[in-house]
Design a protein around this ligand. Structure first.
Ligand code: PLP
Length: 461
């Protein structure tokens, strides 16, 4: 007996491959297959077996069993809308750039690629110093930032902006770093005054670094990095400043050098319009000096080995070559548009999304307009309604993914990602999906959110 697993968009292809002459579906979780022997209709309620096939005795090969949960798959009738705040939509240009044979990572063609990528990546960070690339997720880049700068017994001052600050703290805790944690309410950014107070109390100078998240992806709140730098300087403290820009890099204005940041942590899967898989550390001279004496154990994450190999255009390990092809293309795209224009485009998208939110009568989770994120908006659900049920209705009916609430705001907020490869119609389509989804799911709201967003886009073009 043949057991076949069908999932997602491979569904039709899989049936064709097995000899079905025709497939069609009538809703997201119902499928009809005309096989040579039979007509089978499968829905999430029904999993036909071979015995139900009238032809099973004569022609058993043509009769299949379906040990599958039909509700498991999602049929795509057009493009899926990936509107989570990362990973983001991949431009066709980036996909095509990666869709080519892998090259020798020790050959001359590769060295040209490395130099092209590194010199331009520095500009995206606003940095004149080295940027270290790791084949890793953002979490790896967090770890790299810590193990290259911290020593046993050092204290790390962190601020609770949301779930990602929590997760980063977890990395520091597991490395045995002594974390001093400033609690926040998740709805506001980093309080620079609180940083200044803690640092001025640090008479023994045990705080080695301050680590904060620029754009908290779990809440849609952006913090003022310049103010934090000023707070450190005004306290007369030598602490390094380490900043996570995973959901702001290449979408919200950011200036590593100008704002006096020592280590900037980045990732490929958001503003850079790439798949997940590359982690970045941009470094200041002070961070490089600190890494020489930092004594936490490190091997794979050691900056010095990467920087040395990069000089000749190579890496001390097998790099993620095809992601680097994609990065090269994404950098072309960013500089063709111009970084300033990229930031303005994101600011417009964010304004339009917020206009929709307030027309619907939904509350922005971020409290202060000066801290509203330009790369995502987190919407607070009306009391008694579950954000994940709304998200599920939108996914099932409109094939659009929105960001879930993370950690303590699970079920309370949903997040609209509006970063990366995105234009006016993609955003308005997204907002249509939200508005129609709220109608479908019976979420109390006012009509007119999409109109309000369209007005902002028309006025600001
Ligand atoms: N920091 C921020 C702000 C993020 O948004 C994320 C992931 O979304 C991370 C860190 C962790 O990155 P990763 O999931 O790639 O390890």
């Amino acid at each position: 007996m043949d057991f076949i697993q069908y999932r997602h968009s491979n569904l039709t292809a899989a049936f064709s491959h097995r000899g079905a002459v025709e497939t069609s579906h009538t809703s997201a979780n119902s499928l009809t297959i005309r096989s040579p022997c039979n007509l089978v209709s499968a829905t999430s309620q029904q999993s036909p077996t071979t015995s139900e096939c009238p032809d099973s005795e004569k022609n058993p090969k043509n009769c299949w069993a379906f040990p599958i949960e039909m509700a498991d798959f999602q049929l795509h009738e057009g493009r899926h809308f990936l509107q989570i705040p990362g990973p983001t939509n991949l431009p066709d240009r980036v996909l095509r750039a990666m869709h080519r044979p892998t090259i020798d990572h020790r050959g001359p063609e590769f060295a040209t690629l490395t130099h092209s990528v590194l010199s331009r990546l520095e500009r995206v960070f606003g940095s004149s110093g080295p940027v270290v690339i790791f084949p890793s997720s953002g979490t790896g880049a967090w770890e790299a930032a810590l193990v290259n700068t911290m020593s046993n017994g050092d204290r790390l001052l962190m601020y609770e902006t949301g779930q990602f600050a929590h997760l980063w703290r977890g990395v520091a805790d597991r490395l045995g770093i002594d974390v001093e944690w400033i609690e926040g309410d998740w709805r506001h950014g980093v309080d620079a005054n609180a940083i200044a107070t803690r640092l001025s109390e640090d008479k023994e100078r045990r705080v080695r670094a301050v680590a904060i998240v620029h754009n908290e992806t779990s809440t849609g709140v952006t913090s003022d990095i310049e103010r934090v730098r000023a707070a450190i300087d005004n306290a007369g403290h030598q602490a390094l400043l380490i900043v996570d820009t995973i959901s702001s890099l290449a979408s919200i204005d950011y200036r590593h050098d100008e704002w006096g940041v020592d280590v900037t942590v980045g990732g490929s899967q958001k503003g850079l319009m790439l798949p997940p898989g590359l982690g970045f550390n941009a470094l200041s001279e002070k961070a490089l000096q600190a890494s020489k004496s930092a004594d936490l154990p490190r091997s794979y994450w050691d900056w010095s080995a990467v920087i040395e190999a990069n000089g000749a255009g190579f890496f001390p390990y097998t790099p993620a070559t095809n992601l680097l092809f994609g990065l090269d293309e994404a950098l072309d795209m960013l500089f063709e548009e111009g970084l300033e224009a990229v930031f303005l485009r994101h600011a417009r998208m964010a304004r339009a999304a917020r206009a929709a939110l307030s027309a619907w009568g939904l509350e922005n989770f971020a409290v202060l307009p000066s801290e509203y994120s330009n790369s995502l908006t987190a919407a607070l659900m009306p009391k008694g309604y579950d954000a994940d049920e709304l998200r599920e209705a939108i996914l099932t009916r409109f094939d659009m993914s929105l960001g879930t609430g993370l950690g303590k705001v699970k079920g309370k907020v949903f997040r609209i990602g509006h970063l990366g490869h995105l234009n006016d119609l993609m955003l308005t389509g997204t907002l249509c999906g939200v508005e129609m989804g709220m109608n479908l799911a019976g979420i109390p709201h006012r009509a007119g959110g999409v109109d309000a967003a369209m007005r902002v886009l028309e006025e600001t073009r």
